[in-house]
Design a protein around this ligand. Structure first.
Ligand code: ATP
Ligand code: MG
Length: 414
């Protein structure tokens, strides 16, 4: 991709009122645009990052046998009455609910348990059809009162939500633990060390859930964790005596960002919504149900909060919008320009994702500042001085070095 074609271009200044670092850097770099508090456009560069995040999630979930689909966001009230959640105070606080001109009531999805259950209920399921594992990437709407943390907290945001249905508690927990391990792997692949943390089930279940927390000063959660082992709990369910017992060592606490949450829901939704499966003896049995969420847009914001310096973002390779930022200098010299174009095409031919700064009327200083702000892992300079080599600088290192194209290719090809 040529940078001259990228929209929008970088901004020197952060937008007025942008309190959080992810908001400032993502807007300045041209990744995001804010429509209103908690509402964002994923601009072309931002969409590339989120697509990388989504693909990692997709690859790992597919390995567990889960199937991708897509559900509607506008839900009729009666589906939500069938689980009893429509009228719950905690639900009404976050769910956008309204009437159409005929007086019929609808809600905008803040989660999809009811919809998945409704689909399952139409299939005449027998024990042979279970387990079922379904997921989607889609928008969630939540009337968030504190939408101030940039893209970490949207009122309209992207979620990957997975739902699993099982014949027994044992089978449900078996898959639940598999997904728990998978989540840790997913976050690691993106460059995030997540702490698996026991937490409440919120508006989803009376049982405890597991959150995936990433330590960060800007995190809105506080977690307690052990020095000696990997036991951790969210402050909201922290019980000093119990925790000390399980921990047997020094207890630490820190702020953290919740990037994922998994819920062993049990048979409540099945019983409330009267959705059953038929067992081997032909008898109706309740379905064991669980749900699992990750917020890809919140993950992008978390990555920015963790990977940055005073010049801009430093994307981990696995989620970077491009692998190479090819900076062409002295492009009014026709031989440099044609060499730069040649190198650009070579990268493309080798399937290396490259952003080529082909602008002629922009100074070297500005181009370097833009490269640092955008945060692509490898900056590759071609100029009058580089001769038959290229000047390479990694975004997370200080020094530069000179390599031939073939040598560089070995570094940047994953
Ligand atoms: P929080 O406690 O931060 O409000 P939550 O516990 O209500 O989040 P869940 O219902 O567990 O959120 O949603 C699953 C995942 O979706 C979260 O772990 C997070 O990654 C993401 N997510 C939740 N709310 C938001 C939001 N307002 N903006 C962006 N991502 C969100
Ligand atoms: Mg949660």
């Amino acid at each position: 991709m040529k940078y001259s074609l990228i929209f929008p271009k970088t901004k020197r200044e952060a937008p007025a009122g942008a309190e959080s670092l992810n908001h400032q850097l993502l807007v300045r770099g041209g990744f995001m645009d804010q429509l209103m508090s908690g509402s964002w456009t994923l601009l072309p560069l931002g969409l590339r990052v989120v697509s990388k995040i989504n693909n990692i999630i997709r690859e790992e979930l597919n390995k567990t046998g889960a199937l991708e689909m897509q559900m509607p966001l506008l839900h009729p009230r009666d589906i939500w009455d069938s689980s009893g959640r429509w009228s719950k105070k905690e639900v009404q606080e976050i769910m956008y609910q309204f009437k159409d001109i005929h007086g019929k009531e609808y809600g905008l999805s803040f989660t999809h348990e009811e919809i998945v259950m409704n689909i399952l209920g139409k299939q005449n399921l027998s024990y042979k059809d279970l387990p079922v594992k379904l997921y989607q990437f889609s928008t969630k709407f939540r009337n968030e009162p504190r939408a101030k943390s940039g893209i970490l907290r949207g009122r309209e945001f992207l979620m990957k939500d997975l739902y699993s249905a099982h014949v027994s508690e044992e089978d449900m927990y078996k898959y639940y633990h598999e997904v728990k391990e998978t989540y840790t792997k997913i976050f690691k692949r993106m460059g995030l060390e997540s702490i698996t943390t026991e937490a409440s089930g919120g508006v989803f279940t009376d049982k405890n859930s597991h959150e995936f927390q990433v330590l960060s000063d800007v995190g809105e959660d506080t977690i307690y964790f052990c020095e000696n082992n990997d036991f951790a709990v969210n402050k909201e369910i922290f019980d000093g005596a119990k925790f000390c017992h399980k921990c047997g060592g020094k207890i630490k606490s820190a702020n953290a960002i919740e990037v994922g949450n998994i819920f062993p829901l049990g048979t409540k939704y099945s019983k409330d919504m009267k959705v059953f499966y038929i067992d081997e003896k032909g008898k109706e049995q309740p379905i064991w149900f669980a749900s699992y969420g990750i917020g890809p847009t919140r993950v992008m914001g978390t990555l920015v909060e963790i990977y940055n310096d005073d010049k801009g973002i430093i994307w981990p390779e696995a989620v970077a919008p491009f692998m190479v930022h090819l900076v062409g200098l002295d492009l009014n010299d026709s031989s440099v320009k044609s060499e730069a174009e040649r190198i650009y095409k070579l990268f493309q031919a080798d399937d290396v994702e490259v952003l080529y700064d082909d602008r002629i009327d922009v100074s070297a200083g500005e181009k370097f500042a833009d490269a640092d702000l955008i945060g692509i892992p490898y900056r590759v300079v071609i100029s009058k001085k580089t001769g038959d080599k290229l000047e390479i600088k990694k975004r997370n290192e200080r020094g530069t070095r000179f390599l031939k194209f073939e040598e560089l290719l070995k570094l940047v090809k994953i």
